[in-house]
Ligand binder design. Structure first.
Ligand code: DCP
Ligand code: CA
Ligand code: CA
Length: 362
């Protein structure tokens, strides 16, 4: 029996969250920025929506260059809000994880799911699972994603990138060779600009050409291990397992807008009381422990400041979240001058409380 693997990648993720949180951005070029803080326009573009990409604005570009390219448009330049993206990501991953038997969190906007059993090893059913997952992710978060389905992680990942945005590409085992053949070698995840350049210099541009390359040449150019991996990748072979994390959460976080902008720690903690109780409740209900507490604020200039602290041992009660959060907010206030508009708290390093006990019994 083969395997069926599903790879999900959210479309223009940070920018799409901004669009869905602020409908007034819809239809306009949206540029999510990571400001360096040196002055009001220094920093780089984190990502942009498709309207902005049409003007050549993409990840990594200096903000000033993006501004020049978008001059005369009604583009929105927005500071990145990582807390918010992490919160949305978590909701997406929880939703996705339920559609398969094994889930692995790959990055803030990517997850891999093994659906061999869930689909009875049937690609028709696998496609229906992918459509259902896309629909539920859309209902729960308002976001679109692109999904690839294939006989292993490598093919699923390449397929997820094949049609974007809101794409779904299913590659059956007997379609793998044809699917890859004419693709640029750079489409193989892990083949970066440097590797691609060396391959191109040897006349290898497509994956089919890589598949037929001299193994001796590849071993010489990249080492035996990487050379062997390249040939396997070109053949669409990838034996790596999908991690058995079962959609386990990485963190629980809450954030809210304060009634008025403030820097007063007591006032912030008053506002945080219910939110912290909420996190504590979720920790207890899911029988979890946490290893670290984080606090973050968004100031009046929409910049985010955050701090976190690892606890001496795993904890489970809300009082500990409160104590740590108060110190963290005080530390943030000590290092900043602006007033805070939003404030949030999170717990990280989650483990199942039951698992903890078992460990202690050794
Ligand atoms: N990101 C970033 N800086 C980069 C690349 C990415 O801050 N140089 C962030 C912003 C992206 C997110 O990571 O929204 C996911 O990265 P992707 O490469 O998947 O890009 P997008 O999701 O933005 O776009 P696409 O629709 O092409 O997947
Ligand atoms: Ca993405
Ligand atoms: Ca991605």
């Amino acid at each position: 029996m083969g395997r069926i693997v599903l790879h999900m990648d959210l479309d223009y993720f940070f920018a799409q969250v901004e669009e869905s949180d602020r409908p007034e951005y819809l239809g306009r070029p949206v540029v999510v920025c990571i400001y360096s803080g040196r002055d009001t326009t220094s920093g780089v573009v984190s990502t942009s929506n498709y309207e902005a990409r049409r003007y050549g604005v993409k990840s990594g570009l200096p903000i000033r260059t993006a501004m020049r390219k978008l001059k005369g448009t009604d583009a929105a330049f927005i500071p990145a809000r990582h807390e918010r993206y992490a919160e949305v990501s978590q909701k997406v991953m929880e939703t996705l994880a339920r559609y398969g038997e094994k889930f692995e969190y790959v990055s803030i906007d990517e997850g891999v799911l093994e659906i061999t059993k869930a689909s009875d090893d049937d690609y028709g059913k696998a496609e229906r699972i992918a459509l259902a997952a896309k629909q539920e992710i859309r209902e729960k978060t308002g976001l679109t994603c692109s999904i690839g389905v294939g006989p292993n992680r490598l093919i699923a990942k390449i397929a997820s990138d094949f049609r974007k945005p809101d794409g779904l590409t299913v590659v059956k085992p007997d379609e793998v060779e044809g699917f890859l053949a004419e693709m640029d070698v750079g489409k193989i995840p892990g083949v970066g600009a440097k590797t691609r350049e060396v391959l191109n210099a040897a006349g290898i541009r497509t994956i089919a050409q890589l598949r037929d390359a001299e193994p001796g040449f590849l071993a010489e150019a990249f080492g035996k291990k990487t050379g062997g991996w390249l040939i396997n990748a070109a053949r669409g072979i990838d034996e790596s397992e999908v991690g058995a994390q079962q959609g386990e959460q990485k963190q629980i976080s809450r954030i809210m807008t304060l009634k008025r902008d403030t820097r007063d720690v007591d006032e912030i903690m008053d506002a945080m009381e219910e939110l912290i109780r909420d996190i504590g409740k979720e920790v207890l209900e899911n029988k979890l422990t946490f290893r670290a507490v984080g606090a973050s604020v968004v100031d009046e200039t929409l910049r985010t400041h955050s701090k976190s602290r690892t606890l001496p041992r795993p904890a489970e009660d809300a009082a500990q979240i409160g104590r740590a959060a108060r110190e963290l907010f005080a530390a943030i206030a000590a290092e900043t001058k602006t007033a805070f508009r939003r404030a949030g708290v999170k717990v990280e390093g989650l483990a199942s409380a039951k698992g903890q006990k078992t460990l202690g019994e050794y």
